[in-house]
Design a protein around this ligand. Structure first.
Ligand SMILES: [Cu+2]
Length: 154
C-alpha cells in the first residue's frame, strides 16, 4: 500500500511529461491568402516557435494537391521563390512565415479559397532526435491586396 501510491504518482508524472513533450512547436497567427477565380495557388503564413531545435519538414492540406515550404531569394534583380526541403526552427526563436519571406505554397487548389474560410493544414516537425511530430491546425483565409495584384510566379 505504501508503495503503490508513489508508483502511481510516478506513472502519472511520466504521462504528464510525455504529453508536454509532444507540443514541441508552437504555431501562432495562422492565415491563408484568399484566392480569386482561376487562381490555382496561394500562400499560407504563420509563426513557429520550437522549444528545442526542430525543423518543419512537411506540410499537407486537404484543399491543395501540393503543399511546399518556399523561400524568397533574389536572382539577379528578380525576386524569385523556390521550394526548400525543410525550414530550421532554432530553439526558442520565433520563425515567421510571411508574404515576401518564407511561406507555405498551396498549389493545385481544389477550389477557390474565400475570405473567412477555415483552411486545414497539417504540419510535420522533426526534432534533433529525428522524432517526428504532426500538428493539425486551422488557418483563416484573409483577403489581402487587390485581386489585380500580380500573383506569385513559379
Ligand atoms: Cu511560393
Amino acid at each position: 500500500m505504501n508503495k503503490t501510491l508513489p508508483q502511481a504518482l510516478t506513472a502519472l508524472l511520466l504521462i504528464l511529461s510525455v504529453a508536454e513533450a509532444t507540443a514541441q512547436v508552437e504555431v501562432s497567427q495562422p492565415w491563408v491568402r484568399a484566392t480569386v477565380a482561376q487562381q490555382k495557388a496561394t500562400g499560407a503564413f504563420f509563426q513557429l516557435k520550437a522549444k528545442t531545435d526542430a525543423r518543419l519538414v512537411e506540410v499537407r492540406s486537404s484543399v491543395a494537391g501540393v503543399a511546399e515550404v518556399h523561400e524568397m531569394a533574389m536572382d539577379g534583380a528578380v525576386m524569385k521563390m523556390r521550394a526548400v526541403p525543410s525550414l530550421a526552427l532554432p530553439a526558442g526563436q520565433t520563425v515567421e512565415l510571411k508574404p515576401g519571406g518564407y511561406h507555405v505554397m498551396l498549389m493545385d487548389l481544389k477550389a477557390p479559397i474565400k475570405a473567412g474560410d477555415s483552411v486545414p493544414l497539417t504540419l510535420v516537425f522533426e526534432g534533433a532526435d529525428k522524432k517526428r511530430e504532426t500538428l493539425e491546425i486551422k488557418a483563416e483565409a484573409r483577403q489581402l491586396g487587390s485581386p489585380a495584384a500580380p500573383t506569385m510566379a513559379h
